[in-house]
Design a protein around this ligand. Structure first.
Ligand code: CA
Ligand code: CA
Ligand code: CA
Length: 318
């Protein structure tokens, strides 16, 4: 029975192997030479802060950091109100945990950096530099809960290497003029002021433009009946203007482009105001446009007199 003699040790060995396997831990396969993936070659977007996808995440406010645009690539070419944006750019991202107002302050020694603010993606710009910061700029932004805001430090192409300090501060109060509740009072006529709607929330949908744009509100309560002219004509963007009556009132006047200037600025002529009624003058824009404006409000007669130039007078006697 040669066969039995040879099979017995083999069966015993098989039993021992099965018993050993049942009590052993799951085995970890050793690495097989050649099966380990090759290290990835870093792409431009893998550099922290290079673009939207790799934006440096800001987890809480206040936030302050120093950096340099040296070595970064140009990833966005937004030709907005603030510069050419053809130089290198560095991206930071912050997701607002609640509705809030935030001020971004960018300072650099060479005065050639700007901060540009986007909401959620590259298509919605909210603000860019608006105020000097001893050689830098500041941008104010009203944030909505759950939305991500990108702060992009930009340089001009002709001076593409600047150290900077970026600071983000939360504002405890809305800025003056953000809504009717914070409307900026007009104490008397004539009234002249300048400002920028950059970063302000779009709170009022003027019927003559059909789309909300960042807006700033002024308020005026005349003591006697008066006719006023309201003009944004020297402003530097596609502005619009509207007049509301009382806090819960209706839009009584609205204009988009009546200045007929290159910026499509807005102008309202001969708006009748009644004594004791509070009016809200809303400086806004067309199609989301924002920018710097010059606002003048004056009595109709005064405006008419100003428009009667010496040249016009002479033409009557020719
Ligand atoms: Ca970049
Ligand atoms: Ca507003
Ligand atoms: Ca306009």
């Amino acid at each position: 029975m040669k066969t039995r003699v040879r099979l017995a040790p083999l069966a015993l060995l098989l039993l021992l192997l099965l018993a050993g396997q049942s009590s052993a831990r799951p085995r970890v396969m050793p690495p097989v030479p050649g099966s380990i993936p090759a290290p990835r070659v870093p792409r431009a977007s893998a550099v922290a802060g290079e673009d939207f996808a790799s934006a440096i995440v800001i987890t809480s406010l206040p936030f302050s950091t120093t950096g340099t645009t040296c070595g970064f690539l140009n990833d966005v070419n937004f030709a907005g109100q603030c510069g050419d944006y053809l130089g290198p750019d560095v991206f930071y991202a912050f997701t607002a945990p609640s509705d809030m107002h935030v001020r971004a302050l960018l300072c650099d020694d060479n005065q050639d950096s700007y901060v540009n603010v986007y909401e959620d993606d590259s298509t919605t710009t909210l603000a860019c530099d608006s105020q000097p910061c001893s050689g830098g700029s500041a941008a104010f932004v009203r944030m909505r809960a759950g939305h991500t805001y990108y702060f992009v430090v930009e340089d001009f192409a002709w001076n593409p290497c600047n150290p900077y300090t970026l600071t983000l501060e939360r504002q405890t109060e809305p800025p003056a003029g953000e809504t009717m509740a914070e409307a900026i009072p007009i104490p008397a006529l004539p009234f002249h002021t300048t400002g920028s709607t950059a970063g302000y929330g779009a709170d009022y949908l003027l019927e003559c433009v059909h789309q909300g744009s960042p807006d700033i509100v002024y308020t005026f309560t005349p003591s006697s009946p008066i006719c006023v002219d309201i003009t944004l004509c020297p402003s530097g963007y596609d502005s619009s203007v509207g007049v509301y009556e009382n806090l819960d009132g209706s839009l009584i006047a609205c204009d988009d482009d009546s200045c007929n200037d290159e910026f499509l600025s807005a102008r309202l002529d001969a708006v009748s105001l009644h004594p004791g009624v509070t009016y809200f003058i809303v400086v806004s824009g067309w199609g989301g446009a924002f920018g710097s404006y010059v606002l003048d409000i004056d009595a109709c007669a005064a405006t008419a007199a100003r428009r009667t130039t010496w040249g016009q007078l002479k033409s009557h006697y020719r």
